[in-house]
Design a protein around this ligand. Structure first.
Ligand code: HAM
Length: 414
């Protein structure tokens, strides 16, 4: 026997109830997002490596360590998409979507790839539902986008949700702030943990996440980016908050909120669930007003989010999802009826009904058990003596002409 081959680390198969739960989530996303004017977009699974290197940012963990880059020879470098925002911007430019009424609203449900250390809720291939609104800087775009994610999560009953919100202002303000924070950390170096000290140059903002008591105390007095916003950015943030307040969305302003991707400007947010373990981030996003220029377009504002499907489902009660209804199960008593049974099932499908046929060589008893298990509305039993049609709801059964089976199903009468 050859050795078994297993699914690669950090990947999984989608089967049975999980597949049904995902389909139900997709339906909700479609209803909510398309209802708000988003249309579906699919972009390629791989893109030029450059798109992510520039778009997501050379200094991010995603670009430095987590990309699956394909070996395409010296002249081309392709990477499995680690996220969906840079590809959407690429597609916006490629298709001249600036000519459409703005903002252009696009949503996706796609799989993404990051070479991360797998653990509960963290995979190497994972799925996201994402929504991007490109072409308007209006704070109402930010508020509406956030509202749609919270509506989606509420609609499927995700538990223990918390929304954290902040603003990063412009890259220039952030640059200045970073330098000030580094000065502040250096001035308190003796009180900081070794880890935080070693990261002052690389990533000073991480100090806000530290558990170390001395570091925490220092951070209580640290300067905050949110206090340094310029007037326009502060007004933008105030407007977003006012709209969310008006819509009854609860959130916490968290000035220490940092996101793992470099393209954010102004609004950033993250939705977490207490029902999840260490990987508590269900979804997150924000504004990316500089990204279009970074990927080669004219300055164009954008705002969006993505939420991990595996984490949404982990945070939600596993409500039993009903399998699709079955109108007709075609059973037959012997091989002589097999061809007629096959034809009846095919005709039923052609007429728009869902129909299944015995394919496993079961006895009639076994077939009827299958029909019952599948929740068939009607069962047609083709035998030597003709065709019997059974209404599984009423239990009533009648001998009919095979040609009239469809008529009975359609008129819902025996
Ligand atoms: P992100 O925060 O990197 O943002 O990912 C969004 C969500 O994807 C996370 O909150 C999490 O639920 C899920 N996720 C990320 N990595 C993994 C993983 N390894 N395994 C399972 N789930 C994961 C983005 O990707 C941005 N493109 C979001 C965005 C859209 N910002 C603006 N527009």
């Amino acid at each position: 026997v050859s050795p078994k081959i297993q699914a690669p680390r950090g990947t999984f198969d989608v089967l049975g109830d999980d597949a049904l739960a995902r389909a139900a989530l997709e339906q909700q996303a479609k209803r909510i997002l398309e209802g708000a004017g988003y249309s579906r977009i699919e972009t390629p699974v791989f893109e030029a490596t450059e798109l992510f290197a520039r778009g997501v940012g050379e200094s991010t963990d995603v670009v430095q360590k987590e990309m699956y880059t394909l070996d395409e020879g010296p002249s081309e470098s392709l990477t499995l998409r680690p996220e969906g925002t840079a590809p959407v911007c690429r597609a916006y430019l490629e298709h001249g979507m600036h000519k459409l009424p703005q903002p252009v609203k696009l949503w996706y449900l796609s799989s993404f790839f990051r070479r991360e250390r797998p653990q509960a809720g963290r995979f190497r291939q994972f799925w996201q539902i994402g929504a991007e609104a490109v072409g308007s800087a209006d704070p109402a775009v930010d508020a509406e986008s956030i509202l749609l994610l919270s509506e989606l999560l509420e609609s499927i009953g995700a538990r223990g949700l918390r929304l954290r919100l902040s603003s990063l202002g412009t890259p220039a303000a952030r640059e200045q702030y970073r330098a000030d924070l580094q000065d502040y950390l250096r001035a308190h170096e003796a009180e900081l943990s070794a880890e935080v000290r070693s990261r002052i140059d690389l990533n000073p903002l991480r100090a806000f996440d530290a558990d170390h008591p001395g570091t925490r105390q220092v951070m209580e007095g640290a300067p905050l980016l949110l206090d340094r916003l310029d007037a326009d950015d502060a007004a933008h943030f105030a407007a977003v908050r006012e709209l969310l307040d008006g819509a009854g969305v609860s959130y916490e302003v968290d000035p220490t909120l940092v996101r793992g991707l470099d393209y954010y400007t102004r609004t950033v947010f993250e939705m977490t669930s207490d029902a999840l373990g260490a990987q508590s981030g269900v979804g997150g996003g924000g504004r990316y007003d500089g990204l279009m220029e970074i990927v080669g377009g004219a300055p164009t504002p954008g705002m969006g989010w993505a939420a991990g499907i595996e984490r949404i489902l982990l945070a939600s009660p596993s409500a039993p999802v009903a399998p699709p209804p079955l109108d007709l199960y075609v059973a037959y008593t012997g091989p002589e009826q097999a061809a007629a049974a096959f034809r009846l099932a095919a005709d039923a499908r052609r007429a728009g009904h869902s129909a299944r046929l015995e394919l496993g060589g079961r006895s009639l008893k076994g077939q009827l058990k299958q029909a019952d298990r599948a929740g068939a509305r009607y069962v047609a039993i083709l035998g030597d003596e003709g065709t019997a049609l059974k209404d599984m709801e009423s239990g009533e059964q009648k001998t009919v002409e095979t040609e009239t089976v469809m008529h009975h199903i359609r008129t819902n009468a025996l």
